[in-house]
Design a protein around this ligand. Sequence first.
Ligand code: AMP
Ligand code: GLY
Length: 422
Amino acid sequence: MKILVLGSGAREHAIILALRAEAAGHEILAAPGNAGIAADATLVTLDPNDPATVTGYAFENDVDLVIIGPEAPLVAGVADALRERGIPVFGPGKAAAQLEGSKAFAKRIMDAAGVPTGRAARAHTLDEVAAALDEFGAPYVVKADGLAAGKGVIVTEDRAAALSHAETYLPVGGVLVEEVLSGPEVSLFFVSDGDTVRPLSPAQDFKRAYDGDAGPNTGGMGAFSPLPWLTDRFGSEADFVAEVTRTVAEPVIRQLDVEGTPFIGLLYAGLILTDDGIKVIEFNARFGDPETQVVLPRLTSPLSRLLLSAASGTLESEPQPEFAADVAVTVVLASEGYPESPVTGRPIRGVDDAASVDGVHLTHAATAAQDRGLVATGGRVLNVVATGADFAAARERAYAAIERISLEGAHFRTDIAARVAG
Ligand code: AMP
Ligand code: GLY
């Protein structure tokens, strides 16, 4: 198959590595990709957010499947344009991608579909915000309604801080005040063809910058999969996944279909396991980053078939995706100053040495090849991914590998999957 992957991060690198692992000899193109992806796919220079450019390229080059990695091309309508031209594409259209882009839209769909989530009130003025804060009580949760690059949510005991967060986002799309939910968080991905859904294996990510969940929120500093503690709580991972499929994924997909905006792509359910049951915190309309980097290395059935059958509306005849018993851990190497003001342009050394550790591979997030060698071009630079028979083994490999990489001022969390490793 000739497959075009849109995006340039570690998530897209992980998708490409999973396609290559099939050993089916796919021709893989990446637009725009990065220096790490260049070793595993042919880079194409085009604007991944421009519907006409992407569609023209895919048509002229007989691309069999387009996989959209990030949300920006979805929101720009790239999937709609490809579908209109009859090109198979994995990724929802603009309308269904609102599930990620608008918290109010997601809440409305969940209400209509009877999906369990926190109570929320949409506020348009500071007075409405204040009233909602007092109704729900502390700790306060205030969310920007639109896309806010991961900075849209505040959870705080400080009423003044909650109000000031609301003040920032009220003029730019409005805010939602939500009841606070507590419990462990789980990311669960579903592949959907607009009608049928197929779950992948659960993962957990680490959103805070520093060890012990200290510091600011980030795009994600690490992840692991599967989640052994689900077995204690639900009897088995399969029972947990079946419950979320039935109570969350299927009703949401059905509701979007009924409304004439079928969701064809990756439904990312961000869940919180409260004492009151499983509740949805958020949906994303794309693979999660960095969870994808630990979910896909464990997938033993072919990814291309799964995504093509979703794109073609034939998922019902596909078997359930299968996963290895081996576990996976990923640790993100971040630039000095990330997430506030990352320092970029510094040389990275030791990546080959790191990748030579048994059971380890790297996925690149923000790297470029220059005359002087590999340099960091963003906040999250690369992921070390390690698999192993258990979490202690995978962690040991991941940390042995990341120690071999040198990037001045870089930081990473040392406690990824520490608790499950015992
Ligand atoms: P979101 O952008 O909706 O994923 O929120 C980012 C993070 O904020 C989540 O991963 C949670 O850790 C936290 N969060 C969001 N909503 C709530 C809530 N209602 N109660 C407690 N924590 C929340
Ligand atoms: N890992 C969180 C996200 O992808 O949004």
